[in-house]
Design a binder for this molecule. Sequence first.
Ligand SMILES: C[S@@+](CC[C@H](N)C(=O)[O-])C[C@H]1O[C@@H](n2cnc3c(N)ncnc32)[C@H](O)[C@@H]1O
Length: 335
Amino acid sequence: MSLGRGPFAYGDRVQLTGPKGRLSTVTLREGGELHSHHGVLRHADIVGQPDGSVLVNSHGSEYLALRPLLRDFVMSMPRGAAIVYPKDAAQILAQADVFPGCVVVEAGVGSGALSLWLLRAIGPTGRLVSFERRGEFADVARANVETFLGESPASWQIVEGDLAEELPRAVEQASVDRVVLDMLAPWECIDVAADALVPGGVLVCYVATATQLSRVAEYLRATGAFTDPESSETMVRGWHVEGLAVRPDHRMVAHTGFLISARRLAPGAVPPDVRRRALKKPSYADEDVEVWTPGAVGDREITDKNLRKRVREAQRAADAKLREAGGSESDQSPA
Ligand SMILES: C[S@@+](CC[C@H](N)C(=O)[O-])C[C@H]1O[C@@H](n2cnc3c(N)ncnc32)[C@H](O)[C@@H]1O
């Protein structure tokens, strides 16, 4: 397996764009072949070629071969839960100011998309502790990270359980640089996040609806432990640029979620703008939370059967990657 650059080698994942723009992703194996009704492309013909090469199959059809970028991988990997899209992941890294060597807590881990971005940003000297209360989702995330990185990095730990209960057991108070929450009810975890964060540390929450956004903002203000929160959404609109036909794309991913971020104050610090706004307690009753269940906000929850299928899919891809990394060979089939 190569390190993501240089000529293609066995063990590399390769994204192939074939006739009519059809995309297939394969992991290169000795004896492996990509079969389609347009003919057969042998993995051996790809190995040794530079990234970005065009290859011809047995019927003369052309395939463009590229190593998938992280954004390509996360959009096509098996999902248990909805993922953080690349446009939002980039903003999370920027707003949380995640740096090499940073200590980050993330919950829930879901399918592991954000975990991959965070692991890349903290580098080998950082530490990412990811919490997930559903074991099957943690399995999907582990498998996805192993598939992309070829291993489970030493900088990463998954804790299975509810963040509100597990965080105080897993990390020292005031020892975490950044906390990122992507879950239905982040307000339930803000107190433990405040305890875990270093003074000046950053909390970023990613929420799908405006009602969740409002509740997080008011909860953050009510703690008196954070700077006044900043909220945003990120819209990325592609453009069609060809000759004089230069215009926005007709389609776009219009809504994914909102980001809300705030910084941990030093114990006892009360900045003037917080004093102005502080509320005694969140102005929401427990019943209100029912309104924000996934069904009520329009998110469909994955069925158990479907989730088990995704776990198997993710595990198969990770096993194949780990076998390659260990140098052993297995049966070949198109991806
Ligand atoms: C939308 S998914 C996270 C997706 C993930 N960020 C990604 O990019 O793949 C939300 C996850 O949070 C988990 N979750 C919700 N509340 C939690 C809590 N209090 N502690 C731990 N995990 C939680 C859910 O089980 C679910 O897997």
